[in-house]
Every structure is written in C-alpha cells, then in structure tokens.
Design a protein around this ligand. Sequence first.
Ligand code: FAD
Length: 446
Amino acid sequence: MTTSIALFTRDLRVHDNPVLHAASTADRCVPLFVVDDAIVSSSFFNSNRASFLVDSLTDLDAALRERGGRLVVRRGQVAEEVARIVRDHDVTEIHVAADVSRYARRREEALRGLGADLHVHDMSVNAVPPLSLTPSGGGDHFAVFTPYFRKWETVHRRGVLRAPQRLTTPRISGDVPDLRHGTPSPELAEGGETTGRELMAAWARTGVADYADVHDALADDATSRLSPHLHFGTVSVTELLDRVGTASEGARAYTRQLAWRDFHHQVLAARPESATKDYRTRGDRWRRSDRDFAAWRDGRTGYPLVDAGMRQLAREGWMHNRARLVTASFLCKTLYLDWRRGARHFVDLLVDCDLANNQMNWQWVAGTGTDTRPNRVHNPVAQAKRYDADGAYVKRYLPELAEVDPAHVHEPWTLPEDEVKALDYPPPIVDLREAADRFAAARHQR
Ligand code: FAD
C-alpha cells in the first residue's frame, strides 16, 4: 500500500495542481498544510493575508471533502510535522511545489531524508520554472525583461491537469484553525479557489480582451484582480494562461504581465539577497524623514494620486499597478527615502504580497533593480492627468476632494485661495522640481 503527502504551500487548489495530481495516485493521500510558526509570527502574515488564507484553506478543505478526503492542518515547523505524519502513517512519498525564496528552498532541503521519496513539482507556482531559462550570452538568470519574455513565450507549457475525482485520506487529526488576527482592510477581497475560479472564468470571458487598452485607466478598475489568487495558488497560472489564450491583443498583453511574475521570481531565485539588498547599487544615501514617510503612508502628501493610491491600499489591501508605480516612485525618487521602507509598508498591508514581486518591483521603481532606465521619475501630476483624466479614481479614495472641479482635482493648490483653505486636504509636502533636482544630484545626473 502506498501513502502520500500532498504538502500544500501556495498552491491552495484542487484544479490543475501538479502536487495533488501526483500525490492522489497513491492508495492513500494526506493533503497537508502546515501553519509554520516562523511565517505566522512574521510581519509577512498581515491581517489581510491571514484572512485570505483562512478563506482559502476552508474552501480547499470543502473541495477535498467532496472528493472523499479532507485537508489536514498542523501547526509548527514544516519538516517536523511532515516527519511525524510520515512515521505515524507509513508515508512513502511526499509531494511539494518548487518555489524560489530562501525560506522555500530551506524547507525543501529539510524535507529530504525524512524516510519517504520527495517529489518537487515545477510549474505549479510558476508557468515556467524559475531558473530553467538562461541568456544565450551567459549568466545564470535574465537581468532584462524583454529578452526573457522572448524566450519565455517559446517554452512549451504543460497541459492543464484535472482535479482528482476521489481521494482516500487516513484518519488523522488537524482541522482548519482560525488564524485571523488584527483588523483586515474593510474592502478586502474574499479568498478561496471557488471565488478565484469564478473571477478567472469571468476575466477570460469578458475582461481580458480589452486589457491592452484599459489596464492603466485607474478609475476603470479593468485589471484582473487575480494577484492574491495567483499568490496563494487558488488560481493556477498555467490554467489562467490556457483560459485567456492569445487570440486578442488584450490576451497577449495580459500574458506579458504574467511573464513579469515569472521574471521577478527567477531574479530572486538567482539572487536571494535581493529581497533586502540593492540588486544594482546606485550609491544611494537615502534621506531619513519620519515626517515625510508618515505623510506618504497615511495618504497625506498633498499629491492626490499618491494619496488615493495609499488610501486604496489601506481600504482594500490591494492597489492598482499604475498607482503602485506612482506611489513607489514618489517615496524613493521624489522623497528620496529608502525603497526598503516603502516595501515594508506594502508587506504590512498587501493581500497579494509576494517576496519576489514586491521587493523586485520596488527595486525596479527605485532604479536599483532591473529597470533599464533607472533614473526615470513618475511625476504624480502628469501621471494623474494621463491615467485619471477626470479625477474619478482620486475622488473615489479622497472624499475630501469629491466636489473639486476635474480641472483642479490633481492640483488642488491651483484653486482660489479661499477654496483651498476650505478643503480638509494638506498642501504638497515637497516641491516636485526641487525634489527632481535633489534626486538627479544624488544619482549624479547633473
Ligand atoms: P493584472 O494587471 O490583471 O495582471 C495580471 C497578473 O500579472 C497579476 O495578477 C500579477 O500576477 C502579474 N503582474 C502584473 N504586473 C506585474 C509586475 N509588474 N510584476 C510582477 N507580476 C506582475 N504584484 C504581486 O503579485 N505582489 C506584490 O507584492 C506586488 N508588489 C508590487 C510593488 C510595486 C512597487 C509595484 C510597482 C508592483 C507590484 N506588483 C506586485 C505588481 C502589480 O502591481 C500587481 O501584480 C498587480 O497590480 C495586481 O493586480 P491584477 O491582478 O489586477 O493585475
């Protein structure tokens, strides 16, 4: 008799799951999730992510029960909990998804030598395995996106896997615990594969076709909002790519965005220290200003687009990509504060927070990462006029500007003095021209 463990990590789904698919061919299968104390006690486990995780584990348990099994949840140190189940239930095989962070790779090492065969499955978290592509000119990873994408597109992807129809799980303890804590964002999205699949189906049917034209239109909210599902694996990236196809311009643009996700993962896999250290140092001597940082964090900089983005983050635990670019650029280039400080605040709130995507996007914006134009600055007023022309996005998140005429909403300081005074809205904390000069000088651009 064979007994397997399907160790779920961030692949919390029954459909198109290589780990569960392989583990379910054993006579008995223990679908296992270990709540790792090291993660739960870290700031990565913010209240938004805790809430999304509980939704996802509960939904996964229900899906497994429909198939005759159940989800076993244990708390502690992953390898110790796996070892205990291997011993107690004569487990012959352990299945787990490949992943890129240092933590994930240490976990994989710890799972070896537990007395059962370890199978590590690629193409569960990523569409293309992180270090499977290398530049023809040499090097262990791609440092520039476009050539990476050209290769990525040519990779033959595996087919979509069906959810197992039946599972036999031995009698074993471990119910889904309530790990919620703190106060999640009031408009946080719901987690779980059921919700994720509905979102994916609707997106493939009606959303993706226009993506190329509208993904930057802030007020339209016309992106997939699948990032937390991709992060927790309640939606499979392989199935998503399969569903959206390549027939429309929108689908092709969307596929390119999904490749960015793999791109950042391969950078972090090759350079794990980039989670905290500059990937390419620019000799920055960042300013330290608690006052400026607090204004940015609280959405009180006096630049409406920046403030709207930061308030969206607080309200939803998620922020539109264009707003992420503008708010991050404002922190590290306009205020010239350390990107790590901004990234940390995103870690504290984002429901989709992913070590590779968050840190490497922050580095990209800061110009210490893979951007080939490291000193470009996103001007918050120009960006607002371009991507939120009538101010609808800004007004949604800044009720204090709701009545301001669209001609002034992105520059409220241009209103007549008495009207400016009547607004409960701060004046700009920094002059954009002076800030641009300061940044240029710091980067020796003058
Ligand atoms: P869509 O526009 O629908 O894109 C589809 C998917 O493509 C996304 O869900 C995501 O998985 C992927 N994707 C899109 N853009 C990027 C990108 N630039 N880098 C990597 N993957 C991308 N994304 C995260 O998933 N987690 C993070 O922690 C994160 N932090 C970020 C921090 C900063 C400073 C910036 C500028 C971007 C960050 N992003 C992060 C990337 C991007 O903003 C989000 O993936 C996107 O806004 C999620 O919304 P969506 O699912 O509607 O995206």
